[in-house]
Design a protein around this ligand. Structure first.
Ligand code: GDP
Length: 304
């Protein structure tokens, strides 16, 4: 991910090497190149516009810094602005004062929610927590089973609607709100300190799905609602993120499939357009392919 963006930006900065001082024309030419690179990487237009305006303003106003040559100075500015669009600081999970901490997952079908549920539970377990996974995705017949498999791999128990859910009919007739509530009650009675609730996704955003997710949110008052987005979906990412933000008012973003070779820029835009931080990254199909998202490290990786 981001390889071509990375190459394009470093080529742009290379052109500045050896320059003793940057004229306004130099800055403008550089900013134009950065704009093209970001747009070609699928970064959303309004995000690109704001980003380049800030870089230009800061580059023109930059004080002479004896330690940095002009090229380094622009790289530094771009780096800092990239960190900003990625959410600024690393945002950690907010743990509830009175456990259990409730984490709800939302996103389109195929985004990687069920996989993430397993990864997140394993990671939390490794941090000394005692998580419970709750299978409230009753839309996709296989989702409950898949969560059970992931839970088993992670060594984390799974609360499922009724353990024998096997047919599409049975799954679709269950009530996900009731399952989520029952899962929460189970966590309380078994003293789990974190509950991760997997919810249904559809192929596209639809009103019924959003209402269902909103109902679950209202019923369980989660401490975190994580919106999982497939970094490969390109330009649709922004509209999808906005729809979910309106629907479930999520508190954080998880970028999944960052191991893919898509251009990735749309995923870079979702934090800015929703004002919500990227909190985790999913980087493969295995349970350990998961990391806390650090905006500064991601920016450095892109500018490497
Ligand atoms: P859900 O419908 O949102 O629950 O999505 P799933 O968790 O079922 O994931 C959909 C598909 O994407 C599965 O085949 C996963 O193995 C795969 N997947 C999930 N996360 C990642 C990731 O970070 N990288 C890659 N390469 N594949 C992933």
């Amino acid at each position: 991910m981001f390889n071509s963006l990375s190459d394009r930006l470093s080529a742009t900065f290379k052109n500045l090497r050896g320059k003793g001082r940057l004229s306004e024309a130099d800055v403008d030419a550089t900013v134009r190149e950065i704009r093209r690179a970001l747009l070609d990487a699928d970064v959303a237009v309004p995000v690109v516009r704001e980003f380049t305006a800030k870089v230009r303003e800061r580059a023109l106003g930059a004080e002479v810094n004896a330690a940095l040559n002009p090229a380094q100075q622009i790289v530094k500015i771009v780096n800092e602005e990239l960190v900003e669009i990625l959410g600024g600081q690393t945002r950690r999970i907010r743990l509830a004062k009175n456990p259990p901490t409730v984490i709800m997952l939302a996103g389109l079908q195929g985004a990687g929610k069920t996989t993430l549920a397993g990864k997140l539970s394993k990671w939390l377990k490794g941090q000394g927590h005692s998580p419970l996974l709750v299978a409230a995705d009753l839309q996709r017949p296989n989702a409950v089973k898949q969560l059970q498999v992931n839970g088993e791999r992670a060594g984390v128990p799974v609360f499922a609607p009724h353990p024998g859910v096997s047919s599409e009919f049975e799954a679709a007739t269950g009530d996900p709100v009731a399952v989520a509530q029952a899962g929460l009650a189970e966590a309380r009675s078994k003293l789990h300190d974190v509950v991760i609730v997997d919810t249904a996704g559809r192929l596209g955003v639809d009103a019924e799905l959003m209402q269902q997710a909103a109902n679950i949110r209202a019923a369980i008052s989660p401490d975190e609602v994580l919106f999982v987005i497939d970094a490969m979906i390109g330009q649709d990412a922004v509209a999808t993120a906005q729809a979910f933000d309106q629907g479930v008012n999520f508190t954080g973003i998880v970028l999944s499939k960052l191991d893919g070779d898509a251009r990735g820029g749309a995923a870079l835009s979702v934090a800015t357009v929703t004002g919500k931080p990227v909190m985790f990254a999913s980087t493969g199909e295995a349970l350990d392919d998961f990391e806390v998202f650090h905006p500064d490290r991601m920016a450095s990786r892109i500018l490497d």
